[in-house]
Design a binder for this molecule. Structure first.
Ligand code: FAD
Length: 547
């Protein structure tokens, strides 16, 4: 077996190492255009911020190590120029010498990744304008900061853009971030991104939403970025972080099938339209695990797993890729946001039926010092209760809840399974009713009809049309500090004695701070014969939407 792998980072290096573990006899060649293999792309922003102080730590392994331990023929600074599928050869070019040659393959694994999108922006090629993909890029950005850059404009408020923002703030740069969307971190639903926006603003970051950079100009002192709206910004550095595009040219030129968004088409064995060629990582189109639609999800975990699976198949193992859920996480200052599966906006776009609940628990028992609040949003099928997606934002413990729910999605579980989940508990780690259980209880209660809930948007719309009364069941003190406009205050502890004040001729929506007292109020009013719903997630959810 002569196996050639194109690309030597996440997917490529995983495939190569797995291939060697499966076969001591195979000839395994790995070609990488850049000077490094298997580096930690995900660590790059933290090297800029000097959170990772040593550059060497970003090199997970070296070509020498791969040669020695895995007996791989690793060739860096070697670009694969073309594939001749009929002859099963690739044409390669040594980028140091310019010399071209051919190499024969029995099987080929493509792991060329995705390149940062460069929007058609005047001034894109000016010095001081960067994208971030590899160590060369990070060296240039870090050098600029080390040499005294005082300000930066980051275009794009996605995961990489925001990780960079955090690290620029650490380094003391005046930081501006802009995004075309009306929110930061667009994979999240807008209300769930609110605490992340607040964290940016609290650190003095100039956040420009529903806005785009329209031009970058050179000035006597550096650069000036023009925006669609708002004042231009003078800056030393500009970083473009507006997403990535699959590196599909090799595949396209070789006549392999690609999808509408450019991802190389593969089956569940990660085999392309040519059975001798596999493809993995950011360059491919994958099946969405929840919806089965095809999608593109540029994440390190999927790329690594796909590398293993492609190698398995090359060596005759029946290994299948189940699909990608898009489980992802961001740490930003003291905030954490994470998601898995479908978001509400994706479900709406696809017109898929769903229900949602919000809970606002502490990450561990409230009586134990150090409990941090979080908001957890769970999306599920209204008929079966099958979990479709989840998002959480807060601090400590967000990662654990999203990972648990990610596994539940993998296992095809329902909200009723979350009610039953038995999770590790001691007061410094969780609660006897963990946030995962709580989300299950609230969602299960909703589906069983024990706990009639109304989505905030629906309640507000019915209220505006005069079809619904809003009752705030919190204490007068809490009510005085702010409530949903138009709500009347009847504290839950007084409710039984004040039923006469509540009209029976229209729907009622009750709410409290997070949903718990609202649930009790709903049960009291239901049993007294009122047409009542609880607003899921209470006033805190209203604040996420309107605060
Ligand atoms: P890559 O890792 O990009 O590797 C592809 C390699 O192929 C490149 O080195 C390229 O030079 C080489 N190549 C391309 N074409 C050729 C050719 N014709 N010949 C030879 N070589 C070629 N993901 C997460 O899940 N979590 C994170 O926190 C995270 N943070 C990130 C931070 C940054 C700054 C970046 C850039 C990415 C981050 N990612 C993160 C995404 C993650 O790194 C990618 O999903 C993952 O690296 C994709 O692996 P890949 O093998 O498909 O592509």
């Amino acid at each position: 077996m002569r196996l050639i792998i194109v690309g030597g980072v996440a997917g490529g290096a995983s495939a190569a190492a797995r291939a060697r573990r499966l076969s001591e006899d195979a000839e395994i060649l790995m070609f990488e255009r850049g000077p490094d293999v298997s580096f930690a792309n995900c660590g790059l922003p933290y090297y800029v911020g000097e959170v990772i102080p040593e550059r060497g730590k970003l090199l997970v392994t070296t070509p020498e190590m791969l040669r020695q331990r895995f007996r791989l023929d690793v060739r860096t600074r070697t670009n694969v120029e073309s594939i001749d599928r009929a002859r099963q050869v690739v044409r390669i070019k040594n980028l140091e010498t310019g010399v071209e040659s051919e190499e024969r393959y029995d099987k080929l694994i493509l792991a060329p990744g995705a390149a940062p999108i460069r929007p058609p922006l005047p001034g894109l090629d000016l010095p001081g304008v960067h994208t971030l993909r590899n160590l060369g890029d990070v060296d240039r950005i870090k050098a600029a900061v080390d040499q005294g850059s005082k300000s930066v404009v980051v275009v794009g408020a996605g995961f990489i853009g925001l990780e960079l923002v955090e690290n620029f703030v650490h380094r003391g740069l005046r930081t501006t971030v802009a995004d075309l969307n009306d929110q930061v971190l667009p994979p999240l639903d807008k209300e769930m991104s609110r605490p992340i926006l607040d964290a940016l603003l609290a650190k003095g970051v100039d956040v420009r939403l529903s806005n785009s950079a329209t031009a970058i100009e050179a000035t006597s002192s550096g650069l000036m970025v023009q925006f669609k709206t708002g004042t231009p910004v003078n800056t030393d550095l500009v970083i473009l972080g507006v997403g990535v595009r699959p590196e599909n040219q090799l595949a396209v030129d070789a006549g392999l099938e690609v999808g509408p968004r450019g991802g190389i088409r593969v089956n569940d064995r990660l085999q392309t339209s040519d059975p001798n060629i596999y493809a993995v990582g950011d360059a491919i189109e994958v099946r969405d695990f929840v919806t089965s639609d095809s999608t593109q999800v540029p994440l390190a975990g999927p790329a690594n797993r796909q590398g293993r699976i492609a190698a398995d198949n090359v060596f005759g193992r029946d290994s299948r890729y189940r699909g990608t859920q898009g489980t992802a996480i961001l740490g930003l200052f003291d905030k954490v946001a994470a998601l898995t599966g479908q978001s509400e906006k994706l479900l709406r776009r696809a017109s898929r039926p769903f229900r949602k609940v919000y809970i606002h628990p502490a990450h561990h028992a409230g009586y134990y010092p150090g409990a941090e609040g979080m908001t957890l949003k769970l999306l599920f099928d209204p008929a079966t209760g099958k979990i479709l997606g989840a998002q959480a934002v807060g601090g400590a413990g967000v990662d654990k809840r999203i990972d648990v729910i990610a596994m539940a999605i993998q296992a095809g579980m329902t909200v009723y399974d979350l009610e039953e989940a038995e999770l590790a508990y001691a007061p410094q780690f969780g609660s006897a009713k963990d946030p995962v259980n709580m989300a299950g209880f609230v969602a299960g209660g909703l589906l069983r009809g024990d706990h009639p809930q109304i989505d905030l948007e629906e309640a507000l719309s019915q209220f505006q049309q005069g079809q619904l009364s809003l009752i705030d069941v919190r204490s007068p003190g809490e009510f005085a500090k702010g409530s949903i406009p138009g709500a009347v205050n009847i504290p839950v502890d007084e409710l039984r004695g004040r039923l006469g004040e509540i009209s029976r001729d229209r729907q009622i929506a009750v709410f409290c701070q997070v949903g718990q007292r609202g649930y009790l109020a709903t049960r009291i009013l239901l049993q007294a014969g009122y047409p009542v719903h609880n607003i899921g997630g209470g006033y805190r959810t209203w604040l996420l939407h309107h605060g």
